[in-house]
Write a protein of this length. Structure first.
Length: 508
């Protein structure tokens, strides 16, 4: 059976759905095919709040961003076909299988947005049950509600390894360590900070040597490693774990673009082989466009912008939008893309990753509490992000342009409302308030995303940024509001002497 459509999009992740929203807004008959049972791609398991700007729904949780994109696409008449694998390409037609049978789709234009798959790492014991990709573990936890293990070693301290570790802690799983072969953490420091304060060691210049066990993983051996990533003899140690999660990079899913005959190029920094494309996202095969992680491993924010460009370009080539309007919209999207990619972690950035700019050894030391209030912002890298600024009703926090600026705080404008504490996706903002406390006490308000939420009136141990116990405090408030979107603002009363160093409450 042959189905004829104007635009076929393969992949219903942020790239494919954004492309569908753009193209359908210009009246293009748009069909999205995705093999999963729910649209959103990687977003269906991203329960954390995202970075970016309001154009990328920053500050909202990935799961909700995917849902918004799907609703907008469907409201604009996009046909979203789930449980539908696109497995072939013959004579210009896509071959699809939707569980009821195989069909061919003849599309005037095609956008491929198939995303990426996880890399693996080989070591003795890597085939034992219990060794799995971090993304697979995340799917088990957040989509299927199954704990992948009880005691886990995470291999890789990029954003995926750090985020999945945090989500494992939220699920009540014990992560014994994160090992990273490089000398520095590869992901955002704010993600690393969340797990350090929860007491999980992030061991840089360390690697996994082997996984041991008869029928499944019972332990692992890790060791220090040098710049060549080879274990240094004599530094081995054994850790009792039942699960090893591999977060060692992603690799663009190019099978379809290869089948279609698009030209590809190799770029190790972007994840390997990627389809070559122009600034309209059109490949070497006319009428075939690409977007998202398929064109290089980046972020959902980037995937959405690339999807927009591909959707606009496909609509333009179908004659649904004028060349001038399409060019203007593309220029806007390319401007936002350039801004996103210009941070240290981005495609155009220096690639240095960590860029400390504040006195790391004096946490909160620069804050003057004489006015009774102090906002501590532990966000020291030029990541593209601004929900703290958008949440502040008084303009006390500023990011400005470009969006990779570090946030600055005008303490004199702060009213202590706490909105920035709840809005920050990096959980990197803390509020110290001495206005209602007497003597040597201060109230510290923290973002809290574990269950159970500490009870008001209870005593709790408070920890510093490394998870070390600083002392005890009393919970005086636990504020959950719809506008905080499942982040609870917990206020703990502590000795003023430690208030500026408190970064967390020991989990119960
Ligand atoms: C743990 C983790 C945390 C992340 N956190 C963030 C974050 O905080 N902020 C951020 O901006 N980004 C984050 N990302 C990255 C972000 O999720 C990806 O960059 C983004 O999802 C890429 O979008 P995409 O549409 O290109 O691909 P995907 O989201 O992977 O979607 C591709 C879709 O295509 C489908 N598909 C593939 N092949 C076929 C086929 N042949 N037939 C039919 N369907 C097919 C797939 O099943 C999938 O549904 C994170 C990623 C991970 C893994
Ligand atoms: S506590 Fe409120 S007023 Fe103060 S910086 Fe944060 S958002 Fe602005
Ligand atoms: S402090 Fe601001 S810029 Fe930094 S992670 Fe939080 S919201 Fe983003």
């Amino acid at each position: 059976m042959l189905k004829e459509v104007e635009l076929a999009i393969v992949g219903g992740g942020p790239a494919g759905l954004s492309a569908a929203c753009e193209a359908s807004a210009f009246g293009v008959d748009t069909w999205v095919f995705d093999e999963q049972s729910a649209p959103g791609g990687q977003l269906i398991k991203q329960i954390h709040k995202f970075f970016g700007s309001s154009a990328h729904m920053a500050g909202r949780r990935g799961i909700d961003i995917g849902d918004s994109l799907r609703k907008r696409a469907e409201a604009q008449g996009v046909h979203v076909c789930l449980n539908t694998v696109v497995f072939g390409y013959n004579d210009g037609n896509l071959a699809i299988c939707d569980g009821r049978g195989v069909k061919e789709v003849k599309a005037e234009r095609i956008i491929i947005a198939t995303g990426a798959s996880e890399n693996v790492l080989r070591f003795p014991g890597w085939t034992l049950p219990g060794v799995m990709g971090a993304g697979a573990a995340q799917t088990m936890m957040n989509v299927h509600r199954v704990k992948p293990g009880r005691r886990v070693l995470m291999v890789g301290a990029g954003n995926v390894g750090l985020i999945v570790t945090y989500q494992m802690l939220q699920a009540g799983i014990d992560v014994v360590a994160v090992v990273e072969a490089k000398a520095e953490v590869g992901g955002y420091e704010v993600h690393a900070a969340k797990i350090r304060r929860a007491g999980v060691p992030v061991l840089t210049s360390h690697t996994i040597v082997k996984a041991c066990g008869e029928e499944s993983v019972e332990s692992v051996v890790i060791a220090r490693c040098g710049p060549d990533f080879k274990p240094i003899p004599g530094t081995e140690r054994e850790l009792k774990v039942d699960t090893v999660c591999l977060a060692v990079g992603l690799n663009p899913l190019t099978e379809l673009t290869q089948l279609i005959g698009c030209r590809h190029e190799y770029d190790a920094a972007l994840g390997g082989w990627i389809p070559s494309h122009d600034d309209r996202m059109e490949t070497s095969v006319p009428g075939v466009y690409v977007a998202g992680d398929l064109t290089g491993i980046e972020e959902a924010t980037v995937a959405m912008e690339e999807g927009r460009i591909a959707g606009i370009s496909a609509a333009e080539s179908l004659g649904k939008v004028s060349a001038d309007k399409a060019a203007a919209l593309r220029t806007e999207a390319i401007g936002r893309l350039t801004e996103l990619r210009s941070c240290s972690f981005g495609r155009y950035g220096p690639g240095s990753g960590f860029k400390p700019t504040r006195a790391a050894d004096k946490p909160g030391g620069e804050i003057d509490l004489s006015g009774g209030l102090g906002v501590i912002v532990e966000c020291d890298q030029d990541i593209p992000c601004d929900p703290c600024e958008k949440a502040c009703p008084t303009g006390a926090i500023k990011v400005g342009a470009p969006i990779t600026n570090l946030p600055t705080v005008n303490q004199s404008l702060c009213t202590g409302c706490g909105s920035c504490v709840a809005a920050c996706p990096g959980l990197a903002v803390f509020l110290v308030d001495t206005r209602k406390t007497e003597g040597d006490k201060a109230d510290v308000t923290l973002p809290y995303e574990y269950l159970p939420v500490p009870e008001v009136g209870n005593e709790a141990a408070v920890v510093d940024r490394d998870g070390k116990t600083l002392g005890k405090g009393r919970i005086v408030r636990a504020l959950a509001s719809a506008k905080y979107d499942r982040t609870t603002l917990v206020t703990v009363r502590v000795d003023k002497a430690i208030a500026l160093r408190v970064r967390g409450i020991a989990r119960q």
